[in-house]
Design a protein around this ligand. Structure first.
Ligand code: NDP
Length: 403
């Protein structure tokens, strides 16, 4: 058997490490690791590279590059790239399957380089599709790439979405755990700390997506991601809160059938599904024992307490630059919340305000017809968000949380 050549972008993160965990459990000779990348965690990147006999590693942060070279000094067989362009070069190294798991819009260029190989691309980085869905989908078709959704909800829908019955598909549903603030009042959410927001009840994930889950912006981004992946209008993408995180996604057919995928809340199931696709592989996840779980609850999301879902729906309906602006503003707001510069409810307020300011902003590009436009929109929206947050900090009266 010829080993399958795999690369992992974002190898030191939550999804990257879960992917490597699965690769490490496979029969020797099943996979050959081509390239692993990270931003600054040189120690973990070196450890994974040695453990999985990677041919190449790349790290975005030049400072961390020095540590990476030291950590791999006994392994001259592993080549090293340093700097952001080196991460893109690593993504372009021939591989049969690539996991795109860099967090945020930072993943745009490397993910695009991987996609342009025209092979299988496992898509965890939803921000790429949010910012540039139309461009990514057009490029994937042009290059003949196969997109394999990794987000648990999209992977679930992918598993029960019968492409041959497209006209009979009424809607798809993404489930949401509701995050740590599902039952909190808005007043209590105003006081939420960083630790409160990072305490996700069911999923163990990286910091950014965990905060996005608490604000439910994650679900908003996922609605946009689903529209692109499944070529559906936002009206056909529903969200339901399901606190147990057992049912991940559903497809409703015209005859009234609702097909769902269920599984323990462990990312290794959707990752294994994408890694083995179109086959199946064993994953070391807890088996579902429905009699022990006993009940599954579902409720409608509260759009008053979680305005991020409304903002994302408005952005995808508006189209054009709006989703990229939403994403960039959210990344800056989450970063600022994690740095204790703004309060929790300021995140959505900041995104809404940046979307509004972007309309009349003379420096904001208006069209989104090439990837260069995406980078320019992203950069300008980040600047607007930074300026807004700086204003809010210098004028605390304007904070959502104190109004
Ligand atoms: P983490 O924060 O855990 O990991 C992010 C990875 O990206 C790390 O390897 C990090 O390197 C790397 N990275 C960050 N910034 C850059 C940069 N500027 N250039 C190059 N590499 C960079 O994130 P997650 O694994 O949680 O999430 C990854 C993606 O998958 C996100 O888009 C998220 O929305 C999506 N996703 C995650 C899920 C989860 O369960 N975690 C579930 C579904 C989707 P370093 O460690 O050196 O900082």
């Amino acid at each position: 058997m010829t080993p399958r050549r795999v690369s992992i972008l974002g190898a030191t993160g939550s999804v990257g490490l879960a992917t490597l965990d699965l690769i490490g459990r496979a029969e020797p000779g099943t996979y050959e690791v081509v390239a692993l990348t990270a931003r600054s965690n040189a120690e973990e990147l070196a450890r994974q590279a040695v453990r999985h006999k990677a041919a190449h590693v790349a790290i975005a942060d030049p400072q961390a590059g020095i540590a990476l070279k030291q950590a791999l000094s006994d392994h001259p067989e592993i080549t090293i790239g340093i700097g952001e362009p080196a991460v893109v070069e690593a993504a372009a190294m021939p591989a049969d399957w690539t996991m795109a798991a860099i967090v945020g819009a930072a993943g745009l260029r490397p993910t695009l380089a991987a996609l342009q190989q025209g092979r299988a691309l496992a898509f965890a980085n939803k921000e790429c599709l949010v910012c540039a869905g139309s461009l990514f989908m057009t490029e994937a078709a042009r290059c003949g790439a196969t997109l394999l959704p990794v987000d648990s909800e999209h992977n679930a829908v992918f598993q029960v979405f019968d492409g041959a019955q497209r006209s009979a598909i009424r809607s798809i549903t993404l489930t949401a755990s509701g995050g740590p603030f599902r039952t909190w009042s808005r007043e209590r959410m105003m006081q939420a700390s960083r630790a409160d927001a990072l305490a996700h009840p069911t999923w163990d994930m990286g910091a950014k997506i965990t905060i996005d889950s608490a604000s439910m912006m994650n679900k908003g981004l996922e609605i946009i991601e689903a529209c692109w992946l499944f070529d559906l209008p936002p009206e056909q993408v529903d969200v339901v809160v399901h606190p147990q995180s057992i049912v991940h996604g559903m497809v409703e057919y015209a005859d009234g059938s609702l097909l769902a995928q269920l599984g323990s809340p462990d990312m290794r199931t959707p990752i294994a599904s994408a890694l083995a696709w179109p086959e199946r592989m064993a994953a070391p996840v807890e088996r579902l024992r429905l009699a022990e779980i006993a009940r599954l609850d579902f409720e409608a999301p509260d759009l008053e307490r979680f305005p991020a879902i409304r903002l994302a729906r408005e952005a995808i309906k508006a189209g054009g630059i709006a989703p990229a602006v939403l994403n960039a503003a959210n990344e800056i707001a989450v970063e600022s919340f994690l740095a204790d510069r703004i309060r929790f409810l300021d995140i959505a307020a900041c995104v809404e305000e940046v979307l509004s300011r972007s309309h009349g902003d003379a420096d904001m590009p208006r069209s989104l017809s090439a990837f260069d436009d995406v980078y320019a929109i992203d950069a300008r929206a980040r600047q607007l968000a930074r300026d807004l947050i700086a204003d809010r900090i210098s004028d605390p009266q304007s904070r959502t949380t104190s109004s």
